[in-house]
Design a protein around this ligand. Sequence first.
Ligand code: URA
Length: 269
Amino acid sequence: MSNSLEMPLIRYLAMSGIGSRRYCDKLIQDGRVSVNGEIAGNGVRVVPDKDRILIDGAPTLLAPEMLYILLHKPRGFIVSDNDPEGRPLARSLLPDIGMRLFPVGRLDFQTEGAILFTNDGIWANKIAHPRNRIPKTYLAKVRHVPRKEDLEKWTRGVSDQGQILRASHVEIDRRTESNAWLKVTLTGGVNRQVRRMGDATGFPVVKLVRIAIGNIELGSLRSGEYRFLTPKEVRSLSDYSGTTTKPSDRPSVRTHSSRPSKGTSRRSR
Ligand code: URA
């Protein structure tokens, strides 16, 4: 967020994380806020990186804006800070906000679809924690067409490399003569789980797309595009984990949807 914008003093105070707007309004009414040495009145506007804003004589600092981004990661992009093999990084598709963006969990190099990024590291850790069991929904194109009893194995549990892998739900979304698209919901956080379940049951996954994280759906977001989450969406994920780090508690959250500028919005796979 740029600090060079002029804004109402009350907005600046609320964004600084001092308290609610009502509380900040009272601070101003009580004559406890000064701007450039003058006690500030209610209508005052400030330029945060220019004006000297004090509360009870102590300086205030603008808290960073918290951003929560849904990216449609293309196949062939890696969710990592860097890659020794020089493969393209998913974060290169995100806007440059001048702050580190943390991925929330993982998504395989060969898998495309929904992945969240945020500069709110505490929130990212809480949301990604397997204990939260946030459902993640995938469309998996598999070789061959499984029967009902084959799919029952997916929900009963499949043994692989000493682990029991389970899907909370699986159904055939559509099929051809030789392939099926399965809609699979997982609540666990096991690495490469869908692909491993496919291999272990004789239905290897040939294409995998994550279409939803909790109730946040990829929707019409195209491969390589991103959008900002709404506060309601952020809260819906926070509610799984009982985290107190909710956007309403934060100084500000960018609420609008956004598309990257032309030329950077989409990458070919
Ligand atoms: N299951 C997989 O096999 N890969 C992913 O990226 C996510 C779930």
